[in-house]
Ligand binder design. Structure first.
Ligand SMILES: Cc1cc2nc3c(=O)[nH]c(=O)nc-3n(C[C@H](O)[C@H](O)[C@H](O)COP(=O)(O)OP(=O)(O)OC[C@H]3O[C@@H](n4cnc5c(N)ncnc54)[C@H](O)[C@@H]3O)c2cc1C
Length: 434
């Protein structure tokens, strides 16, 4: 696993204005605290730590530009609850409730920051609509309903007409509407969070940490300089093995997405549905996540790869684009052939048991690694709680986070890849839902 270098485009990022030039690590930078990784987890950890220690400089080191990595290249659902239907009935309902509180807490953190700092990320309190196109999805909807009922989360079942009224398509046989989630442009949210960091955080971008030498102080080597820090927080998620951490914890996956141009007013009329935008999540594993953004663009996500090598593989991206175009055509024939302006892959980490590396992992070394689904809100929450843990600030949410198990061991490559690819094939088998 190499440090991140996402050569391919990221549509959410590319539709934003170009950022000012990056400040890179150059020469020797000395700081009591360094946070590596400026995704949702690292941005939150740096912010919270800087708040707890207002007199201490915090160096936040990011390999690429803020918003260009996975945190800025996802589907833009800021979820307040999330569970995998395959885990039902919940083997540990208290743990499922704890995960839900963490998710909701992260969503609240992001909403507060977005509002207080007037971050222009198209924050939209729309909720989420789980959708089914065939028998696989319908089984998934039943399980979603069971899970929401078990957790006490209100939800409403929609039939084909009900889904059509929202999404403007008869492709789906039914859905389950759940309030609470928000939809955003995730790259804009990340960038806004970085712009609003406290003054004692120094953000260094385009500065991949190539080597970490432990001990006090820690030394973080980047291409043009070194950060020497007494304490290091790792928020590097799937890329952590490249600096020697979490090697047996996660499988790297690539998730693919595309963004269309904005629909014209005529196309919006032809499509129908909720013109303010909407967010659809597939109830079957092989289905498509779709966000209709307020500017009339469609974000579509489906198809997985075993990563991380293929985020910049042009042939692979071309194949994904065709999949995405086909999924749009099946749902909205009136806009079949709409230009897809961007197609990209993003790297995520999957742990076997939804486990999470959280807390001290060495002398002056801390980590929050392993956000699976709902990593936007869970990352925001976990980063915040990591800083709380470090300074000894207890809370019920920190107790919840402590209950999340550590990731179960995964076999090394090539066995991990063989098993991972087999899972992916099974996961994507239900093409009718795609
Ligand atoms: C297409 C797609 C759709 C998704 N949809 C959703 C969704 O709608 N909602 C949701 O909640 N989740 C979604 N996810 C998952 C979500 O994006 C992740 O769970 C989330 O980004 C995890 O945040 P993080 O900060 O922990 O890790 P990351 O976002 O991976 O951030 C880690 C950061 O660390 C940096 N880094 C890593 N190694 C180094 C190094 N050596 N030196 C310096 N910097 C380093 C990386 O560049 C990166 O910016 C999706 C993911 C993808 C790819």
């Amino acid at each position: 696993m190499k440090p991140p270098a996402n050569a391919a485009t990221n549509g959410w990022y590319n539709i934003l204005p170009a950022p000012p030039p990056a400040r890179r690590v150059s020469g020797a930078v000395r700081a009591p605290w360094a946070v590596v990784g400026a995704g949702f987890t690292g941005l939150s950890a740096a912010r919270r730590l800087a708040g707890h220690r207002p007199d201490d400089p915090v160096a936040l080191i990011e390999a690429e530009r803020v918003g260009f990595g996975t945190s800025g290249r996802n589907s833009g659902f800021v979820l307040d609850s999330h569970f995998m239907p395959q885990q039902l009935p919940f083997p540990d309902l208290d743990l499922a409730r704890a995960r839900t509180r963490l998710c909701a807490g992260g969503r609240d953190i992001l909403e507060t920051l977005a509002r207080e700092n007037r971050i222009d990320c198209h924050w939209h309190d729309w909720g989420k609509l789980w959708v089914a196109a065939g028998p696989g999805g319908e089984r998934g909807l039943v399980r979603q309903r069971q899970g929401n009922d078990a957790l006490g989360i209100p939800c409403e079942t929609l039939d084909r007409d009900g889904v059509e009224a929202v999404a403007g398509t008869r492709f789906y046989s039914g859905g389950l509407k759940v309030e609470g989630a928000a939809l955003v442009n995730p790259a804009a949210l990340c960038r806004g969070l970085a712009d609003a960091l406290p003054a004692n955080v120094a953000l260094y971008e385009e500065s991949p940490v190539l080597r970490h030498r432990g001990g006090r102080p820690h030394r973080l080597e980047t291409p043009a300089g070194e950060v020497v820090a007494d304490n290091v927080l790792l928020a590097t998620n799937v890329f952590s093995p490249s600096i020697g951490v979490a090697r047996s914890a996660m499988a790297p996956l690539v998730v693919y997405a595309s963004l269309t141009r904005p629909m014209t007013p005529g196309e919006r009329d032809a499509v129908g549905g909720d013109r303010r935008g909407f967010g659809l999540l597939p109830a079957a594993t092989g289905g498509s996540t779709i966000q209709r953004a307020p500017d009339g663009r469609l974000l579509i996500r489906n198809t997985l790869g075993y990563g991380p090598g293929d985020t910049s593989d042009r042939e692979r991206l071309a194949e994904m684009r065709l999949n995405h175009a086909d999924s749009i055509r099946k749902r909205w024939p009136a806009i079949a052939g709409i230009d897809i302006e961007h197609t990209w892959g993003g790297c995520v980490a999957i742990t076997r048991n939804e486990g999470h590396i959280f807390g001290a992992i060495g002398d002056g070394l801390w980590a929050s690694i392993g956000c699976n689904g709902a990593g936007v809100s869970r990352g925001a929450m976990a980063g915040t709680l990591l800083a709380d843990l470090i300074v000894g600030r207890d809370s019920d949410l920190l107790d919840d986070q402590r209950r999340i198990p550590a990731p179960r061991w995964m076999p090394p490559e090539p066995l991990r890849g063989l098993i991972g690819r087999r899972h992916i094939r099974r996961h994507m088998a239900d093409i009718a839902e795609r």
